[in-house]
Design a protein around this ligand. Sequence first.
Ligand SMILES: [Zn+2]
Ligand SMILES: [Zn+2]
Length: 268
Amino acid sequence: MQNIQKHMRFCSLASGSSGNCYYIEDSGYGILIDAGISTKNIKKRLKDIDVDINRLWGVLVTHNHYDHVASVGTLGEIYCIPIYSTQKILTGINEHHKITQKLYQNKRPINLGEAFQIGSFTITAFKVEHDTPECVGYYIETANSSLFIATDLGQMNDVAANYLTKAQNIVIEANYDEEMLLNGKYPLFLKQRILSNCGHMANHKTAQCLQQYFQAHWKNIFFCHLSKENNCPDAVLTCIKKALGTTPNALPILHVLPRTSAINPIEI
Ligand SMILES: [Zn+2]
Ligand SMILES: [Zn+2]
């Protein structure tokens, strides 16, 4: 996959509470967004798409929940891949009790709203509401494409919505079907946490948001971080199509990302 191609390529290696990891590539530069699965799995799933883990240019981290950072220390210190995130999130990673490999040399602190460059990517982090001290999404531009990614968020905010409307491609959370969650076996405190404005996005909330900010230039929408217990791809697509069905323009291509396996890379 590391040939020069015209468009950015996107590949989800894993998506959900058991681990998140997304790969993008442009003009021969490859980067990861989050590293919440084992290094072994990252290596293998990258190899399956002809990418050598040693050729990665960086990892962008969204927040310090374990399903996003499990392998970040190893990638940073053992594989010497620069790890980009806000200072608050980088500090949070090193304070995480489950992360034994801390980050020392390869931390790259970034500021919210300030664009920075990795190879041919221009990247801006923006804040989203989630139950960590800080959680960010990324707006990523290349010469021919752009991507909005927000994997864990309780609600949309104005700054994030601005990037959502600008982007040609979107990765956004569709975590749960509200009825499945309410009738499911999760304890009440957990249900309340998930339902709150700094928890996770329900299918109908994601649908509403896409309807509200709909753009005719959207090419692909990838739904990420589906709950194993409280969601299924059919529920996501039914809900989204119902909401976007009323929009006058042609629909973008809708993709539901699998929780524990990689997808075939898609040119975006
Ligand atoms: Zn998560
Ligand atoms: Zn999270």
